[in-house]
Design a binder for this molecule. Structure first.
Ligand code: ARG
Length: 576
């Protein structure tokens, strides 16, 4: 029997028993998972039946158990107050879980059938005037994890992004370039393009303090850009290309992948058309200075500007065009926006505008917001006190990880040391980010994130590497004729029960767009394996049957750890 089929079997047992006791055929709901203190895999609460049959829950539970024909795969069925507890025969539990993991490998726990739902997940979506920063890092890590979780539920997921490459921010960097860096390139500075442009953007702000007229110059440039001035456009193309090249390198290193990429420069005009069309239909209003607005005070929101008086577009303008474009051309059922919590209001306004415009898909847009990441004072902030950018952050994590590996005498081959340090360093911060609810603000503690003992990525990666090393030593994992009945130590049963829960964890993590469910689950799994491994031998367990059965169990655990880490975007290191 497959792990996902037990529920069905148990419902049938209960339904048959109800017929025997009452003569009635009733719909039986899913059994639940009992708390750890109960020695059983499944529990059925009798409250619903009690209401239906007008009997006390505890009485029903007793009657049903008495009249149940207990199949051979059940070790025991017991009434406990209003609950019926079902305990599988350990060998059946083991065979079910381990065999399914062997068969499905990395996809154990995934839904096998396609849902038919097409979901676009927009994440990252940077402005093209500076490098990706810590906030983007959280965004990317969360976005990728959610995308993977939704894919595991059989949805057709489109990872998407929009580059905000048009607007006053890039014009500021362009003005600074023209004034203070004309002729220079990232190459002449030996810099990544996004860093080069980012410095110009910072420079603009500094210079503007001395010469406020620079701001008007940037606005004039934006007007020229929107008019299509060839010289301005040429400079803009050059500079945004530098930035995007820089982004690509950062994305590669984080592991971010996009399938649908949009540029605001292509969609803002569509947004503007939509707004002008909305004016004709009375959805939007024109103010005396020529700017266009929507009044949402009746909806508990404010009045919001959609086009400036000089005719240039605002941030929200592009979002109208982007969304219309996506729903029109990609045949999607749903759009999820992964964007920081400082934009909650923006998305409330945006979705309300969709409704006012009468879009059929207005209610199929969701904003997945996430909180801030704070760095420890002094330790990780750059000298100017600003947050470090994502490239810096990853460098520092890799370096710290090298140091920790050295101090804790992790022995890895020299030629793989750097790539393993990278995997552990990035794994540490990714796990730290993902173990919290997305909505929570995080205080990132780099040392703690790299601890080998604690709820860390490194702890889980280490557990995985340890199992792989045992398997390498054994140089075999028997996949058939395993004596599952030899797995009956409490630590083994606990592990098997925990593995049985994996598909449900994936499902709820995806449904709530909350990867922390999976992060917590994997830590617990690694912890349980370590308890098992502290108390029992694998390779010198004694009989060949027991060695093989334990190797099979260990290998199943490793597969789930590695599959789970991969869903979280964390590399399952095989040696450390
Ligand atoms: N580029 C924006 C920023 O850096 C985020 C864009 C979010 N996505 C969107 N469709 N509005 O703040």
């Amino acid at each position: 029997m497959r792990p996902t089929e037990w529920n069905q079997q148990i419902r049938k047992l209960i339904a048959d028993s109800v017929i025997r006791v009452t003569g009635r055929s009733v719909e039986i709901s899913e059994p639940v998972q009992p708390p750890d203190t109960v020695n059983a895999e499944f529990a059925y609460p009798c409250f619903e039946l009690a209401r239906l049959l007008k009997m006390a829950p505890a009485v029903i539970a007793r009657h049903l158990v008495e009249s149940m024909t207990v199949p051979s795969w059940l070790g025991s069925v017991e009434a406990e107050g209003p609950y019926i507890n079902f305990r599988l025969v350990p060998a059946c539990l083991a065979e079910s879980v381990v065999t399914d993991i062997f068969e499905r490998g990395d996809r154990f726990g995934w839904l096998e059938t396609q849902s038919g739902r097409r979901v676009l997940v927009e994440y990252s979506s940077p402005n093209t005037n500076k490098p990706l920063h810590l906030g983007h890092f959280r965004n990317n890590v969360l976005g990728m994890a959610v995308i993977n979780l939704l894919k595991a539920q059989g949805h057709d997921v489109i990872p998407a992004t929009i580059l905000n490459d048009r607007g006053i921010h890039i014009c500021k960097a362009m003005v600074a370039y023209r004034r203070f860096a004309a002729g220079e390139t990232p190459g002449t500075h030996g810099m990544k393009g996004d860093h080069f442009v980012g410095e110009l953007y910072v420079r603009f702000d500094q210079e503007m303090r001395k010469a406020p007229e620079l701001l008007e110059e940037a606005h004039a440039m934006l007007r020229d850009w929107e008019r299509g001035d060839p010289e301005v456009r040429a400079l803009w193309r050059r500079m945004t290309a530098w930035v995007e090249e820089g982004f690509e390198a950062t994305y590669r290193r984080i592991g971010s992948v996009f399938q649908h990429v949009q540029h605001e420069s292509d969609t803002y005009l569509l947004g503007r058309e939509i707004i002008l069309g909305g004016v004709d239909r009375g959805v939007f209003e024109r103010r005396d200075d020529g700017s266009l607005w929507i009044d949402l005070t009746a909806d508990g929101l404010d009045a919001k500007a959609l086009l400036r008086s000089d005719g240039t577009s605002l941030y929200i303008t592009q979002d109208l065009g982007v969304a219309a474009e996506r729903f029109r051309h990609l045949d999607i059922d749903e759009a999820i926006y992964v964007v920081g919590s400082e934009q909650i209001y923006h998305f409330r306004v945006l979705f309300e505008i969709f409704r006012k415009l009468g879009y059929s898909w207005a209610d199929r847009c969701r904003h997945l917001s996430y909180g801030m990441v704070y760095l420890p004072e002094g330790k990780m902030k750059s000298r100017e006190g600003t947050v470090v950018d994502a490239d810096d952050l990853m460098d520092r994590m890799r370096d710290m990880s090298l140091k920790v590996m050295h101090e804790s005498k992790v022995s890895v081959p020299d030629d793989r040391r750097d790539s393993i340090a990278e995997a552990i360093g990035l794994g540490a911060i990714k796990y730290y980010i993902l173990k919290f609810n997305p909505q929570k603000d995080i205080h990132f503690d780099p040392e703690q994130s790299l601890a080998f003992d604690g709820a860390t990525g490194a702890y889980i990666q280490y557990c995985h590497a340890r199992i792989r090393s045992v398997i390498r030593k054994a140089s075999r994992v028997i996949r058939s004729n395993i004596r599952f009945d030899s797995l009956n130590a409490p630590e083994e049963i606990a592990l098997l029960r925990w593995l049985l829960r994996y598909p449900g964890v994936l499902q709820s993590a995806a449904a709530d767009l909350n990867p922390s469910r999976l992060a917590g689950y994997l830590w617990e799994l690694a912890r349980m394996f370590n308890v098992f491994y502290t108390n029992h031998r694998i390779l010198d367990a004694g009989s060949t049957e027991l060695i093989d059965a334990r190797l099979a169990l260990a290998s199943a655990v490793a597969t789930v750890v590695s599959g789970g880490l991969t869903l979280l975007g964390i590399e399952p290191v095989t040696e450390m």
